[in-house]
Design a protein around this ligand. Structure first.
Ligand code: IPD
Length: 264
């Protein structure tokens, strides 16, 4: 196993190169390649190309590691390290030309299963704003070379929260009921459309908390480490929907209350 900061350096370097490719492809125009679980769940040609680039770079740098990517699936490794990758998180934003999209790369050890792995290094790069969020376990979370800290005490006006909605319209009523339950503690709620950036913004204190049901492993692997290394809390629970677990990230002063309100 390599030092976590070495894995962080690899993640940041590759995230930047991948993000530059995504931004170039976006400028050339976006082609929808396929839909996945639902008609709203799209994959662009760029998603596939960017994931292929990330995978190729990781094979060059870390040939024995495992890989778990949104577009190309899982491959077991031999080193105990697995890279969990969302090449373009916020694909719908990307397709519509909204700049809130990001490249998310995490290195985890242990079984490549959320809840069982230990995230050791992370990079989330937002190409449109050229912001690179990164973390290594035990070494803090950073935006470029500025150390990040979550907001520990939301203001008296309430917490600035973010959430997301599943692509399956059958889940929307439950998602909206959840928004109604958290609203009394919120000054406002955002739906940014890129989970990796929601986590990064919690880490940076730009949001007080974020929750969503039904995130995939590549949506939260890097973001969770950013939040915990910035002093915040991250947790997941099945509640009534084991196939759509709830994920919550927030400063420690808010976490328990937000978790209790969002879980059903
Ligand atoms: C999606 C985004 C969105 C979240 C969805 C994710 P994708 O990822 O992060 O904000 O609400 O749950 O699936 O499909 O754009 O990579």
């Amino acid at each position: 196993m390599t030092d976590a900061t070495d894995l962080e350096a690899i993640a940041t370097e590759i995230a930047r190169e991948a993000g530059d490719l995504a931004r170039r492809r976006r400028a050339e125009g976006v082609a929808i390649a396929a839909t996945k679980s639902a008609i709203a769940d799209i994959v662009t040609e760029a998603d596939r190309e960017v994931e292929a680039l990330i995978r190729a770079r990781l094979v060059e740098r870390r040939p024995g590691d495992g890989f778990l990517g949104e577009e190309s699936g899982a491959e077991e490794g031999t080193t105990g390290v697995t890279w969990v990758v969302d090449p373009i998180d916020g694909t719908v934003n990307y397709a519509y030309g909204i700049p809130a999209y990001g490249v998310s790369i995490a290195a985890v050890t242990g079984p490549p299963i959320p809840g069982e792995w230990d995230a050791v290094a992370a990079a989330v790069y937002a190409p449109a704003t050229d912001e690179l969020f990164h973390a290594a376990v035990g070494h803090g979370a950073w935006l470029g070379d500025e150390r990040l800290h979550v907001n520990d005490e939301p203001s008296a006006a309430g917490a600035l929260l973010a959430t997301g909605f599943g692509y399956d319209s059958a889940t929307h009523a439950g998602d909206l009921a959840r928004v109604a339950r958290v609203m009394p503690i919120a000054r406002d709620v955002r739906r940014g459309g890129a989970a990796s950036l929601d986590f990064a913004y919690v880490a940076a204190g730009r949001l007080d908390g974020y929750y969503e049901r039904g995130l995939q492993p590549w949506d939260h692997a890097a973001g969770a480490l950013l939040v915990t290394e910035a002093g915040g809390a991250f947790g997941r629970a099945d509640g009534s929907s084991p196939h759509r677990p709830l994920t919550v990230a927030a400063g420690r002063g808010l976490f328990d209350e937000l978790f209790a309100l969002a879980l059903d």
